[in-house]
Ligand binder design. Structure first.
Ligand SMILES: [Ca+2]
Ligand SMILES: [Ca+2]
Length: 163
């Protein structure tokens, strides 16, 4: 019986460590993934490159992918709180093929929250997606300067830790 309690203690401890301790201290954890909020106004693909390479704290991350409404609300609320911004770059773009949106981290695109009338691809120049007021999304010129959010998926941590 004492042994069972010890095992239970270990399992609970491990859960707490996994739930709270996996992200670098400058980023936020949500559902096991890590999110870094950058206030500097940056072009879309420069922001993606920053997430890929330049952040020591969260290297090999990507611009954030958003898989569902809950994750969207987390990212929007944290952007508002940490960056005081409603417009931030997320990783969605149709730079390769017009109208075929892709996440820069390779996640499957099966959730979106575009505002009414978006994506508009105005003047055939809008290929990068940012959040907007009320958590809705808009496609805009990739050369626009906005704050952004990096995300490092849980599987990337696991991959990195593999022998
Ligand atoms: Ca487009
Ligand atoms: Ca647009």
């Amino acid at each position: 019986m004492a042994c069972m309690k010890y095992v239970l203690f270990l399992v609970v401890s491990l859960f707490i460590v996994l739930a709270s301790g996996v992200c670098p201290k400058t980023s936020l954890s949500y559902n096991g993934d890590c999110y870094l909020f950058i206030s500097e106004n940056t072009k879309f693909f420069d922001a993606e490159a920053f997430c890929n390479n330049k952040s020591d704290e969260l290297s090999s991350s990507h611009l954030v992918s958003i898989m569902d409404r809950d994750e969207l609300e987390f990212v929007s609320a944290a952007s508002l709180q940490l960056l005081e911004a409603t417009e931030v770059w997320i990783g969605l773009n149709d730079e390769s093929v017009e109208g075929q949106f892709e996440w820069t981290d390779g996640s499957i695109f099966n959730y979106s929250h575009f505002a009414d009338g978006e994506p508009s691809n105005s003047a055939n120049q809008e290929h990068c997606v940012h959040t907007y007021a009320e958590t809705t999304w808009n496609d805009a010129s990739c050369n626009g300067m906005k704050p952004f959010v990096c995300k490092r998926a849980q599987w990337e941590w696991a991959h990195e830790c593999a022998p």
